[in-house]
Write a protein that binds this ligand. Sequence first.
Ligand SMILES: CC(C)(COP(=O)(O)OP(=O)(O)OC[C@H]1O[C@@H](n2cnc3c(N)ncnc32)[C@H](O)[C@@H]1OP(=O)(O)O)[C@@H](O)C(=O)NCCC(=O)NCCS
Length: 177
Amino acid sequence: MPIKRKRTDASGEAVLKGKPIGASRSEMAEVVLPAVTNLLGKLLGGHAMHLVDVVAAMAASRHANSYVVTASVDYIDFRNPINLGELVILKSQVNRVFHTSMEVGVKVFSENALTGERKHATTAYVTFVALDAVTRKPKPVPPLILKTAEEKRRWREAGERRKTRLAMRYKKQKSRD
Ligand SMILES: CC(C)(COP(=O)(O)OP(=O)(O)OC[C@H]1O[C@@H](n2cnc3c(N)ncnc32)[C@H](O)[C@@H]1OP(=O)(O)O)[C@@H](O)C(=O)NCCC(=O)NCCS
């Protein structure tokens, strides 16, 4: 029987098969209950951030088919409050894969189930690193297959954001040394 060998690149690393963005696109929703609202009956920012992290991790781990950890969360602002009793709907997708890391974009909406009105509440970008199940060290992530002009635009913009992110990371590290 012929021996099946893994395809490798010049550095000996396995060449991973690309996956389309749609294969890992994720969505979740929950009703805003009193336990997660402030005194004005608006969704707590901290709870919104938790949901952003969870739905982003879904897309990242589905794409990488591995454990992932949050490496960084970009600047996040809240454009519209989400009220008690409304639905909070979160959509995530991998925007770009680098080597062991990937950027996931998350859009958060509020929806009033009685009127059907939907509002964009926030957008966030979260970077995850895939970890090997045994060594727990960063491991390469399969490349993305881009299909639409929108996906290509997000991919380009993710590259710009990564430059800023890594510049901040190393600046902070230097100031600690
Ligand atoms: C994220 C983590 C795995 C990176 O490990 P590391 O030893 O610094 O690894 P490296 O320097 O080799 O970086 C690995 C990848 O992470 C990326 N990375 C690390 N820190 C980053 C940051 N702040 N922003 C964006 N990307 C980052 C690197 O660019 C690299 O990506 P690439 O392979 O695609 O080029 C490690 O810092 C960690 O485990 N952090 C804690 C994660 C955690 O507990 N998260 C939960 C929330 S607290």
